[in-house]
Design a protein around this ligand. Sequence first.
Ligand code: AMP
Length: 302
Amino acid sequence: MQDLKNTKVHILLMMQVTTTSNKLKEALIPFKSKGKSIGFVPTMGALHEGHLSLIRSAKKDNDIVVVSIFVNPTQFNDPDDYRNYPRTHERDKEVLEEEGIDFLFMPGDEEMYPGGDRTLLDFNAGNLNKTLEAAFRPGHFEGVATIVKKLFDIVMPDRAYFGQKDYQQLLVIRRLVKTFNLPIKVIGGPVKRESDGLALSSRNVLLSQAERHKVPVIYQTLRYYKAALEERAFKPQVYQEEAKAYLKSFPEFTVEYFAIRDAETLEEFNETQNPNSAVLLVALHVGKVRLIDNMVAYPKLS
Ligand code: AMP
């Protein structure tokens, strides 16, 4: 009897795929009116274990899980990156069905930017929209904030899940939610990695074999300087420069930044502060691929 009951529930809640915001909103109304909680995981597809870990957290915490797949043109500052971004929609659908999510939202460009209107959200993220990723990818966070706000307005979730892999993005989203007083709890999930430490990313498939062989050094460098901050004298400026020089010594890499910052504000970090935590962040190009990674550290003051 119990089994039959579960089967029925499963059939009723099979994954629904929608491409329009109105259909998705309509489909969610009965659940919302019954007080069911909605967990939302926005993605650009080409799903991997990093995405799935967020989806599993969302399933654990909520009655209903909505995942979106949309390769958002306004957050790409490099047209080649947008063109080459892996798109594996059919496989993604199968994976999500297996995960047992409830709704997959797969809008096209016209649905998210009607009439080709790419007006960006007017939103002041302060230093978060000036430094590091924002400096090297002009317009990136304007595009991210715009699409996430649109998606939040459609789904109106109780909880939204973002990976710490995109550390600065997570801080921007928290700020977005605060600025617009959105009743959404933002939950950050840990960085998922390959067994050799490479952070999972949809772009990893674009690495050549030789490049793939080299890139675990990013993880090793982060780990080394995290340990240095935590175990030895507190010298963030020195470590920052040392780490950058080390990564630059690999001819395969073009390093954009290696930075040790306050984990909450991404402001510079110095010996006179006594922060709870620091974050080490890195961005570099290897061949045609741009990789980012980070690690949070709990430094001991000397
Ligand atoms: P994307 O499809 O790249 O926009 O990523 C969708 C969500 O998955 C974002 O919140 C990312 O931060 C998160 N994510 C991507 N890679 C990882 C990873 N290796 N570990 C954890 N979360 C990740």
